[in-house]
Every structure is written in structure tokens, then in C-alpha cells.
Design a protein around this ligand. Structure first.
Ligand code: PMP
Length: 362
């Protein structure tokens, strides 16, 4: 397709990956069988799972102290599974940073499973800023501290890898995983669903420190127990073979076409700079939701000030083949998502459309 896709997710995928996917739907070069009919118990699929895991370890620098699993149910299932597995007896209530739409969902879901604390809440200030985690007053006995590294809806991102030395840190990285290097050792668990930077929806990458698995209580339904996914090598029940295959293609693309996460970060920084510079140059014609210091490199939420103008821009952009700009239903306005597969050229075309649109209105 020639559309320029800035959707918040599922989002754009690299053209070369889409091309390989088209071939695979017809017949996989390695097996002669359509990817849609490949057995999850085949040697071929085992090798895909192993390769996906290896590529993630290499891209992110994840040691064998961590297990990597591929699960279903999206990040929303993780919101429930995390407290079920890790709000263990012998520890204090887990603590949650509530900094936007998705972290407040995580916070609310945890409350249905366990007693939990809100370590920081950005609601009263409209979710426009983020805290520094190591300045929060977290109980040393807390079971864990949960936060979202990039708030997809509001366009807020923690600029650096956070530290929380006293307690296990658990991060929802759904909307910035694989967009830049991270320090995995800062985390006890990190997770991300696929449909932003990793592939199509249907699979969630869950990276968890093996030592944390020892805290899991017995008696959980097998599929909700992280140990099941680790011990069955992400093949306990029928996994989403197609989604995991495309994820593997994405990790190959990142390693061998892009050249790793440092290179990906440079490209993403240029894209974000181009867009923010353009918006800042419109001087008052647009309002960016995030306070400057916490502007996300992945999602840029803004408004021309009223929904009539926002919709007029969506229409003007559509005529140029630009799609996916509608803001999330919870805050309205516009949102540009700059996931890995969005090209610099696409951002250029969008930036020019923004400038022209506001000149016409001036
Ligand atoms: N966390 C974040 C940061 C998200 O952006 C989203 C969805 N966009 C979710 C969680 C929920 O993910 P899912 O739809 O896979 O349950």
C-alpha cells in the first residue's frame, strides 16, 4: 500500500517485511507450506521461536538471567497476570506509577487482584508530565514497582532508563520497545505487545528475571502462570504462529537491515526532531499535550485547538495519503505515531502538510 500510516497501533510495518509476509502466506520458502497452515509443533516453528528469542537477546543485550517468552492476551492480560504472579505473600503491596491512560488501566486492574499502592499520580495535572522513579517514596518491601515507559495516548516518554534499586522494577514497554537501546539489567520484568514496533497484534514479548519466578504462588491456572510459558518454551498451547513469524522478520530487519538499536534510535530521534521542530515553528497554532521535557519520540499528541480544525487537517492529510492521525478517544485531538517502520520521508511529507495547512489558516 502507498498510504503513509501514522497509526497508534497496529502500526506501520517495514515494506520489506510486508513483502516477505506476502510470500509466506502463499508458501514459506523453507517449507513450501503457507505460514497460515504451519504446525506450531514443527521443527520449523521451533527454529523461528529460537531465532526470535536470540535476536531479541542480541538486539537488547538480554542475558540468560532473564527468560524471554511469547504470550497472547496483549498487554492487558499482563496487567492482570503481573499482580497474580508477583504480588507475593511476604512482600508489601506492589506500587504503581499512574502517568497516563495505559498505566491507569494497569493500576486499576491490579486493584482487582491485590492490595496495591499508587506511587505517583499524574491525573490531577492532566497527564502532561512524568516523575523520576528514584525520587519516589517507595516502600523497600514493596513486591514491585510498575510503570509504563511510553504513554502511547498522551505522548509522554521517560527520557532515560529509570532506576528503582530497592524494589523489582516492572515496565510496560508496549509502545517504545525496540525503538532504542535499553539497560535490561535495570528491570526485573519488561513486556511489550507486538502491534507497534514488533509486528502484528496477537503476540506479547515478556522478559522476566528467572529469580523472580521463584515468587510465583502455586495454584494459578497454568496459562496464567509465567512458569508455564517459560518451561514450555512459549509453546504450551497453540501460539500465534503468524504473529510470531512476522515478529521474527522484524527482528531480522532490525539486526541486518537497520543495523541494530543504536542505528534505530538515531533514525527515530531525527524523525521526532523533524516533527517537533515543525510543530514548535507553528508558534501557538498547535498545542502539544506533553510538557516539553517528557515529549515522546514515538507518539506525538497535539491539537489545533478545536476539533473542527483537527478534523480539517485529518481530511487534508488524507488527500495526500496520510492516515492514522486521529487522537485516542480518551483525549481527542491528533496523534502522530513515529514507530520504527515510519520512514523519515513519510515524516517529511507529514511535516510539510502541517506547515502548509497552518499557513492556509493564518
Ligand atoms: N500498554 C500500552 C503502553 C499500550 O499502548 C497499550 C495499547 N495500545 C496497552 C498497554 C494495551 O495493549 P493490548 O491492546 O495489547 O492489551
Amino acid at each position: 500500500s502507498n498510504a503513509l500510516n501514522f497509526s497508534g497501533g497496529p502500526g506501520a510495518l517495514p515494506e520489506t517485511v510486508l513483502e516477505q509476509t506476502r510470500v509466506a502466506i502463499d508458501a514459506l520458502p523453507e517449507t513450501g507450506i503457507s505460514i497460515l497452515g504451519m504446525s506450531h509443533r514443527s521443527d520449523w516453528f521451533r527454529s523461528i521461536l529460537d531465532e526470535a528469542e536470540l535476536n531479541l537477546r542480541i538486539l537488547l543485550g538480554i542475558s540468560d538471567d532473564y527468560a524471554i517468552t511469547f504470550q497472547q492476551g496483549g498487554s492487558s492480560l499482563q496487567f492482570a497476570m503481573i499482580p497474580m504472579n508477583f504480588a507475593a505473600t511476604g512482600f508489601g503491596p506492589p506500587e504503581y506509577v499512574t502517568s497516563g491512560y495505559w498505566s491507569s488501566r494497569a493500576t486499576a486492574e491490579a486493584a482487582k487482584v491485590t492490595e496495591r499502592k499508587v506511587a505517583w499520580d499524574g491525573h490531577a495535572t492532566g497527564y502532561r508530565q512524568l516523575p523520576t522513579l528514584d525520587e519516589l517514596d517507595i516502600s523497600g518491601s514493596a513486591a514491585y514497582l510498575h510503570y509504563v515507559t511510553n504513554e502511547t495516548v498522551e505522548g509522554l516518554q521517560f527520557p532515560v532508563c529509570e532506576e528503582a534499586a530497592q524494589v523489582p522494577l516492572i515496565a510496560d514497554m508496549s509502545s517504545d520497545f525496540l525503538s532504542k537501546p535499553i539497560r535490561p539489567d535495570a528491570y526485573s520484568m519488561m513486556y511489550a505487545h507486538a502491534q507497534k514496533n514488533l509486528g502484528p497484534s496477537g503476540v506479547t514479548v515478556v522478559v522476566v528475571k528467572r529469580s523472580l519466578l521463584e515468587r510465583i504462588p502455586d495454584g494459578l491456572p497454568a496459562i496464567l502462570d509465567f512458569r508455564t510459558h517459560v518451561s514450555h518454551g512459549s509453546n504450551y498451547n497453540t501460539p500465534p504462529v503468524f504473529a510470531i513469524y512476522v515478529l521474527t522478520l522484524i527482528t531480522r530487519w532490525l539486526r541486518f537491515d537497520v543495523g541494530g538499536l543504536d542505528a534505530m534510535q538515531s533514525i527515530n530521534e531525527r524523525k521526532a526532531r523533524r516533527l517537533y521542530d515543525t510543530l514548535d515553528a507553528l508558534e501557538g497554532a498547535v498545542t502539544i499535550h506533553a510538557n516539553r521535557r517528557w515529549r515522546s519520540q514515538m507518539n506525538v499528541a497535539f491539537t489545533f485547538g478545536d476539533s473542527r480544525l483537527d478534523n480539517a487537517f485529518i481530511e487534508a492529510a488524507r488527500e495526500r495519503g496520510i492516515v492514522g492521525l486521529e487522537g485516542h478517544r480518551s483525549i481527542g485531538g491528533l496523534r502522530v505515531s513515529l514507530y520504527n517502520a515510519v520512514t523519515e520521508q513519510a515524516v517529511d511529507i507529514l511535516a510539510n502538510a502541517l506547515t502548509e495547512f497552518s499557513l492556509q489558516r493564518a
